[in-house]
Design a protein around this ligand. Structure first.
Ligand SMILES: Cc1cc2nc3c(=O)[nH]c(=O)nc-3n(C[C@H](O)[C@H](O)[C@H](O)COP(=O)(O)OP(=O)(O)OC[C@H]3O[C@@H](n4cnc5c(N)ncnc54)[C@H](O)[C@@H]3O)c2cc1C
Length: 522
């Protein structure tokens, strides 16, 4: 009887301690309360401190920019106001993660740390390894939960999409209704949007952040904008309206991929009852959008599997191919939108102004830098990372490598900027909007203004000749493909990182396949 009483007492003390134990929920790129597994689990177990760390070193990295901070700033304010509604407060600390955790352990003696897994750049990867080490040393439990469709410690790429699909089908978690917040912890002031801490070099406009805006963006896409998704996706003038524009919200996690996917699927189910042509077309558009959401996870999974794709070509045959030929004058013309190719320049200037441009124009900008100007992707990628509000390292570096022809497993796509211009901005509306110096150029010369007999004072002639540059690029690539172990290594890259979708599988098997890879001129 006495023993039983004693055991019961010990269990009660243990439970009380569990309940008293502080749970620190570390918000990273998951700035929401909905569908947030770490928060949900932590709130079930006891007291919660919601924490966001502004890490000065992270914001000094060459791929970060004040534009990203503006979006994060909006999102943090929005997150804090949601936490306020539950009588809590988001704790902001400005310091390195380790210093913040040290400080919290001094105050609370112990705690449990909760977060999502992050598949970020080399800096965040290293920081997470250091935090893991620190937790081990200090006997702190760190619960990390999967983020979207990314699978950590994936055994084989063959099973990835099955795991992702199962995850996307799981129930979307509601925001916890009751959270026991710890509010008596001193925090720092949220740095203002223009604080010099953030790489402030490029900023004009930025998309508004925060969950409220994310939901509004999703709703307007579902109600109206998405109806013309596919027909507008590549048109630089109208894609800004008809693409979902959810990318920055997904990057910073104000919405989860799972909740977006399930919302879209519910809409598709509703539309499927209709026999009207318009409804059928809308289903087609939304289905295409769903595929892209899956691509997103597919690309981020590549970085998760192989973090060095931020700094190394996926296929080593392409190392050293461009580096010795880097030209500052070419880089500078490309960066500022003064290459003499109107669609390239308008796209770059539009991106500088708005922080977003559609997929095709991104691919074309990179193709031009990599093939026409022969610039190494490692120099150009951080610059576009700074410009994209939605910068997501996993997509970014994988796409940069694909569009620069250094993966060894994808078809080479060299965009012809004049052809793109004729197809996607036939009357030069977009071009004239961003290149005011071409406003008087007649329509028939707008894609090749150097052919116009009147002299243009403020706009350069083409920086390189398209045909000569492409010929050189193809020659250089072919030299690499000829290397004796090219195919074996390409197979290995595909085994580890390649898509298992049979339509996108373009692993070269023969000399004929290699020639076909070369023939993809767009
Ligand atoms: C060189 C290059 C770099 C890129 N860098 C980024 C990046 O840093 N961050 C980023 O989110 N996207 C990047 N993309 C992919 C794509 O251009 C953007 O996701 C898209 O333009 C964002 O606009 P949206 O949300 O309106 O897209 P939508 O067309 O509405 O697509 C919906 C979502 O699907 C995903 N998605 C769409 N297209 C792709 C794609 N081709 N690959 C992977 N995921 C896709 C995105 O999460 C997007 O938000 C890059 C593309 C290229 C060619």
């Amino acid at each position: 009887m006495v023993v039983r009483k004693k055991v019961t007492r010990i269990i009660l003390i243990f439970l009380k301690n569990m309940n008293d134990k502080i749970n620190i929920v570390w918000f990273k790129k998951d700035l929401r309360l909905y569908d947030h597994v770490p928060l949900y689990e932590a709130a079930r177990l006891g007291k919660v401190i919601p924490l966001y760390i502004v890490e000065p070193d992270l914001w000094r990295q060459p791929d970060s920019s004040q534009r990203h901070w503006h979006f994060v700033h909006d999102s943090l304010r929005d997150l804090n106001s949601q936490i306020n509604q539950l009588s809590g407060r988001l704790l902001i600390r400005v310091d390195s993660a380790i210093s913040v955790l040290e400080n919290l352990i001094n105050q609370f003696r112990t705690f449990t740390l909760w977060s999502h897994e992050e598949t970020g750049n080399a800096w965040t990867f290293k920081r997470d390894l250091m935090v893991a080490e620190w937790c081990k040393k200090n006997e702190i439990l760190w619960h990390e939960y999967p983020s979207n469709g990314i699978v950590r410690r994936l055994k084989s790429r063959d099973i990835w999409s099955k795991i992702r699909d199962a995850r996307m089908a799981e129930k979307v978690l509601e925001k916890p209704q009751l959270i026991q917040f710890v509010t008596n912890v001193a925090g720092d002031k949220l740095p203002c949007k223009n604080d010099p801490l953030f790489n402030g070099s490029i900023l004009t406009q930025t998309q508004v952040g925060g969950r409220k805006h994310g939901i509004m963006t999703l709703n307007s896409f579902l109600q109206d904008r998405g109806r013309k998704y596919l027909m507008s996706i590549s048109k630089p003038g109208v894609s800004a309206r008809h693409c979902s524009r959810l990318s920055a919200h997904i990057t910073y996690g104000t919405l989860s991929v799972r909740e977006i996917e399930q919302t879209i699927k519910a809409k598709i189910s509703d539309l499927c009852f209709s026999t009207e042509e318009e409804a059928k077309q809308f289903v087609k558009n939304l289905s295409a959008f769903l595929s892209r959401l899956a691509w997103r996870c597919h690309f981020v999974q590549k970085l998760e599997q192989q973090p060095d794709i931020e700094t190394h070509c996926m296929h080593s045959a392409f190392e050293g191919m461009r580096e010795p030929y880097f030209r500052d004058d070419y880089f500078s013309a490309w960066k500022t939108g003064y290459t003499g190719y109107p669609l390239i320049d308008a796209s770059m200037r539009s991106l500088i102004e708005n922080g977003w441009i559609n997929f095709r124009m991104r691919a074309m900008l990179v193709s031009f830098a990599s093939y026409h100007l022969w610039l190494d992707w490692r120099k150009t990628a951080p610059y576009l990372a700074q410009l994209f509000t939605d910068y997501e390292p996993g997509i970014h570096y994988s796409q940069f490598q694909m569009q620069s022809g250094v993966t060894g497993i994808n078809a080479i796509r060299i965009y012809n900027p004049i052809k793109q211009s004729l197809e996607h901005d036939p009357y030069g509306k977009f071009i004239r909007r961003y290149l005011p110096e071409l406003k008087d150029v007649p329509d028939i010369f707008i894609h090749e203004p150097w052919r116009w007999p009147d002299t243009l004072k403020n706009y350069p002639r083409p920086i390189v000749d398209h045909n000569i540059a492409v010929k050189n690029a193809r020659y250089q690539l072919a030299e690499r493909w000829k290397q004796s172990d090219f195919k074996d290594q390409a197979k290995e890259v595909h085994r580890k990182l390649g898509s298992r979708n049979r339509f996108s599988r373009r692993l070269p098997k023969s000399k004929k396949d290699l020639r076909q890879m070369e023939l993809f001129l767009d």
